[in-house]
Structure formats: structure tokens, C-alpha cells
Design a protein around this ligand. Structure first.
Ligand code: NAI
Ligand code: AKG
Length: 352
């Protein structure tokens, strides 16, 4: 990878390689754009196959955070961090060392809990830095709010594509029954939808069957189900050249970040199949909205009100895509770019 060419092309302001020996730490903090405010983005920990994969993840996720904040109308920028480690080897000292790197950025980057971090790990980071959000004691953790936003976004997509507001009897396939996916299933069940679920954890699928009468399917069967909606709530990159031909759902609306393998190839492939894709960083903005509210003084009513806007924002994006005959992903980028450029313009005017 040609590093400077890549970050220039993607528009990153800064990429920080955090390296330490005692305790051993390898982490990457990517700050994409701070035009709207300090960069916000949670930290994930994964045993990446190589350093390039970790860097690519950090770069793409942080860019997604810039678009997420802009589309949600939240005055923060986009950042994200990855720690390269096996979850089995994580220690409180590792997170404290990581927290010191975050602190040294002096508020340019504010982080929280993503894949493989627990509330306890976030607490360890917060011992070394003020710039942490998503602490359970303050706002209850972001996942329930994210799930509510995904539920509203799914409703908007169903309204636009299937011309109905009624979710009763709607067949929804949910991939990943973690913190977000399980809460989403609860909302869908309460609205009478029929659930088809998968997870690599048998315990989680059994629990959803017990609670909501969900039909359990194997992980590789989830794409080809004859359902109305496919809701990816596990991993990124799962909408790709291999899975798109299998998909029978006419709506994709889920929480996972970076769902499209390659945006410029797989976005148009979905359009060609008339599958309506709810851009991930728009529909899953509830977590960011929640932690932003925590940062400015938590008010649950205000946070939920801001999450409600996801419904209208998605309808606006679907409409824009239809009118201009572009992908929904490109339409959401347009919306984000408009807002970011306006903020840059106002800043430039203030300097003159
Ligand atoms: N937690 C939040 O507030 C937010 C989460 N997201 C994204 O939403 C997704 C889900 O987040 P969480 O629920 O918090 O994560 P989680 O870690 O609680 O849940 C993920 C679930 O996916 C399952 N899974 C992993 N690989 C799978 C596979 N191949 N097939 C089926 N299931 C598989 C895991 O066993 C786990 O149950 C992630 O991509 C995350 O980045 C995005 C915005 C905010
Ligand atoms: O939890 C955070 O710090 C912001 C939310 C986030 O990282 C995400 O939406 O992926």
C-alpha cells in the first residue's frame, strides 16, 4: 500500500501508529476529518491477519464516521482506532497504555467501545484519558440506541421500497445477535415481524428462538432466504460479489459498519437487482448520537429525538438516489459532503 497516496485519496488528516513495549501495544488511530468538530469513533480490538488489514479497517471506518456524523447532523468529525491483538490476550494494562496515547491527542480524538471491548475495558482506558465516551454508568452504553435507530431506518426502507408502514408479518433475516442485533429483534418481534436469525454463537440463536419464536438458520444460509429484509448486524464486507447473487430480500437494513465489500462495485450491483440498501453509516448512527449526547451532558429524550431523524434522513437519501439515478451510498455521500463543505466554508469565512 502506498501510504500517503492512500490517505490523500481517502482524505485523512492524520494517522497515528501507537507502538509500545511494556506492555506491548500496536494500535492505529485514524483521524479522517475534523471540519465539523473533534474526531469521534470507537476503538476495536482484533487479531488482524496483517498490519495492512488493520490499517485499511481503521482508514475505512474513520472515513465512515465522518459521513455518519455529517448525515446525523452531529457536530463532530470522523475517527476510529484499531488495536491489533487477540481478545484472549487483552489486559487492563494494555487499555491503560492505549488511553495514554488517546490523552496525548488532547481531545482531537474521542473514543469508545467497539468490537471486542467490554465496558470494563473502556473503564480502563478512561483511567488514563478524559476523551472516552460510551461509559455504561453515564449513558447506559450505545447499543440499545443504535438498535432503535436501525429499527426506524428499516421502517423507512420498507416504506420506500415496499410501500407499507406495517411491519406485521414482514420477514426479516438478522445476521448477528449481539448487543445491537438482539435489541433489534426485540423491536421487530414487538411489531409482529417474522424473524430468521443466525449467529456463530448457538446460545444466542437459541435464546432468540425461545424469546421471539425466531427460526434459526446456519450462518451461510442467511443471504439466500426468501425474506423481505436482510439485516446485517455482525461484520463488515458481507455484501459482495459472492453474496449479492444469492440475496432475495428487496431491502438491506442493518447495523454493521462497512457492509459493502467494495462500494463502487457492490453499490451498483445492488441497484441493478433493485435491492434498496440503507447506507450503514446513516442507519447505524444511533450509537454516535448517544455518545455525543453523553459528551455534552446526557439527556435521554434529546438523544432519542435525534435518533428519530434517521427515519427522515434515510427517506431523503432514497429520494435523492431515485431522482438522480445514483446509488443510495452515493446519495448519502453527497448529503454528507454538502454539510461538510458548508462547515468548511463557514470556518473559512470566520478566519477572513
Ligand atoms: N454497538 C453499537 O452501538 C454499534 C455497532 N455498530 C456495528 O454493528 C455491528 C454489531 O455491533 P454489536 O452488536 O455491538 O457487536 P457484538 O459483538 O455485540 O455482536 C456481533 C455478533 O455477531 C456475531 N457474529 C460474528 N461473526 C458472525 C458470522 N459470521 N455470522 C453470524 N454472526 C456472527 C457474534 O457472535 C456476535 O453475537 C458491528 O459491526 C458494529 O461495528 C455500528 C454502530 C454502533
Ligand atoms: O462509540 C463511539 O465512540 C462512536 C460510535 C462509533 O464508533 C460507531 O458508530 O461505529
Amino acid at each position: 500500500m502506498n501510504l500517503f497516496e492512500t490517505v490523500t485519496e481517502m482524505g485523512h488528516e492524520q494517522v497515528l501508529f501507537c507502538n509500545g513495549k511494556d506492555p506491548e501495544i500496536k494500535a492505529i488511530i485514524a483521524i479522517h476529518d475534523t471540519s465539523l468538530g473533534p474526531a469521534m469513533g470507537a476503538t476495536r480490538l482484533l487479531p488482524y491477519p496483517n498490519e495492512e488489514a488493520a490499517l485499511k479497517d481503521a482508514l475505512r471506518l474513520s472515513r465512515g464516521m465522518t459521513y455518519k456524523a455529517a448525515c446525523a447532523g452531529i457536530p463532530v468529525g470522523g475517527g476510529k482506532a484499531v488495536i491489533i491483538a487477540n481478545p484472549e490476550n487483552k489486559t487492563q494494562d494494555l487499555f491503560k497504555a492505549y488511553g495514554r496515547f488517546v490523552e496525548r491527542l488532547n481531545g482531537r480524538f474521542i473514543t469508545g467501545q467497539d468490537v471486542n471491548l467490554t465496558p470494563n475495558d473502556v473503564r480502563a482506558i478512561s483511567r488514563e484519558t478524559r476523551y472516552v465516551v460510551g461509559v455504561e454508568e453515564r449513558s447506559g452504553g450505545p447499543a440499545p440506541v443504535t438498535a432503535w435507530g436501525v429499527f426506524l431506518g428499516l421502517k423507512a426502507a420498507v416504506k420506500f421500497r415496499l410501500q407499507t408502514q406495517d411491519l406485521k408479518g414482514l420477514k426479516v433475516a438478522v445476521q448477528g445477535l449481539g448487543n445491537v442485533g438482539s435489541n433489534l429483534c426485540r423491536h421487530l418481534h414487538e411489531h409482529g415481524s417474522q424473524l430468521f436469525v443466525t449467529d456463530i454463537s448457538k446460545e444466542k440463536t437459541q435464546e432468540l428462538k425461545r424469546l421471539y419464536g425466531a427460526t434459526i438458520v446456519e450462518p451461510d444460509e442467511i443471504y439466500s432466504l426468501d425474506v423481505d429484509v436482510l439485516s446485517p448486524c455482525a461484520l463488515g464486507g458481507i455484501i459482495n460479489s459472492e453474496t449479492i447473487p444469492q440475496i432475495k430480500a428487496s431491502v438491506i437494513a442493518g447495523a454493521a459498519n462497512n457492509q459493502l465489500g467494495l462500494e463502487q462495485i457492490h453499490g451498483p450491483m445492488l441497484s441493478a437487482k433493485e435491492i434498496l440498501y440503507a447506507p450503514d453509516y446513516v442507519i447505524n448512527a444511533g450509537g454516535l448520537i448517544n455518545v455525543y449526547n453523553e459528551m455534552i451532558g446526557y439527556d435521554e429524550d434529546r438523544a432519542f429525538q435525534q435518533v428519530h431523524n434517521i427515519y427522515d434522513t434515510l427517506l431523503e437519501i432514497f429520494d435523492r438516489a431515485k431522482k438522480q439515478d445514483i446509488t443510495t451510498n452515493d446519495a448519502s455521500k453527497q448529503l454528507a459532503d454538502d454539510r461538510i463543505n458548508r462547515a468548511r466554508h463557514i470556518k473559512a469565512m470566520a478566519v477572513v
